[in-house]
Ligand binder design. Structure first.
Ligand code: SIN
Length: 305
């Protein structure tokens, strides 16, 4: 693990240093993944060169952050649309007049925190999403951070034998366990959060889709693990017990602290993460304080439906 990890970290550092940015400044926030970008006003359409550099930073760092932005819902959507069409989430209530924007809310009295488990967004569809853009409107002075994990490094640090074992296996993804009629978000202990976030246990599809456990990123061609503890419920062709043994190992391995970074929000911060090679986790450590962010999820036009 240690030699493989050193190699993986060195590779991430090389990636970070590789790109030559002229219009933006890129400041990595951790060794594993994540960089803050400065010099960009996201309320305006990006010119060709700036878009190219922001896109490259996104591919190099897996999650990028911007501070002090002032975005209307339309500007938030317009920024995200430069990377692809937007997803309309059938399970979570959107904000008024903006069906593509999910309200990520925690009221001071809520026990429940939306996204308080390691996951990538919208992997339970036929074509998994590209990424998500989360914009902070009202956040605690401290606490309520978001953690991110690098799934390339998670894959690269596996033994060759495990890589061979996983190659060709497909994980089964569904929204059922979370958003389905008996899903976690509609259980009694989540009722408060249910109201706060507007999660609806409606008739939306909870079909199962199979995606490779080792997925080749459609833009970087790098291999990464592609499983998450809330949406991956089994492995195609395996019994529940067999799947569970492998998946439990992968869930734990993919979020080793060494593979992660942590982002501290401020009002006006925006995070754009790649759902194809990262997981994220909203911390539940800010009870008694309101927290409100808006999220859009970008569909992946690089993959055939
Ligand atoms: C999410 O899981 O999409 C939300 C993450 C957060 O609120 O920090």
């Amino acid at each position: 693990m240690s030699r493989l990890y050193q190699q993986a970290v060195a590779r991430e550092r090389t990636n970070s240093a590789r790109s030559d940015y002229k219009r933006i400044e890129v400041h990595p926030i951790a060794g594993a993944l994540g960089a803050e970008i400065s010099g960009v006003d996201l309320s305006q359409p990006l010119d060709g060169q700036t878009f190219k550099e922001v896109h490259q930073a996104f591919l190099d760092h897996l999650v990028i952050f911007f501070r002090d932005q002032n975005l209307s819902p339309d500007q938030h959507k317009a920024f995200a649309r430069q990377f692809g069409e937007l997803h309309h989430n059938d399970f979570i209530h959107e904000i008024e007049d903006h069906p593509e924007i999910v309200r990520v809310a925690r009221a001071a009295t809520d026990q429940f925190v939306f996204g308080n488990d390691w996951h990538a967004d919208v992997t339970y569809t036929k074509v998994p999403s590209l990424g998500s853009v989360l914009y902070a409107l009202d956040v605690p002075d401290f606490g309520g951070d978001t953690l991110f994990s690098n799934l390339y490094t998670a894959y690269e640090t596996l033994s060759e034998t495990m890589k061979e074992t996983l190659s060709g296996l497909r994980g089964l993804h569904t929204a059922e366990a979370i958003f389905g009629k008996s899903g976690a978000y509609v259980q009694d202990n989540y009722k408060e959060g249910h109201k706060a976030t507007g999660v609806s246990h409606n008739e939306a599809s909870t079909e199962i889709y199979a995606h490779p456990i080792v997925r080749v990123h459609p833009e970087t061609n790098r291999k990464g693990l592609f499983v998450s503890s809330i949406f991956t419920v089994g492995i195609e062709g395996m019994s529940d017990d067999e799947s569970r043994a492998i998946l439990d190992f992968l869930f734990e391995h993919s979020v080793r602290p060494d593979f992660t970074s942590r982002f501290r929000w401020e009002k006006g911060s925006l995070a754009f993460w790649d759902n194809r090679c990262t997981l994220h986790y909203a911390l539940n450590d800010a009870a008694g304080v309101d927290r409100l962010l808006h999220r859009v999820t970008v569909l992946d036009g690089h993959v055939d439906g």
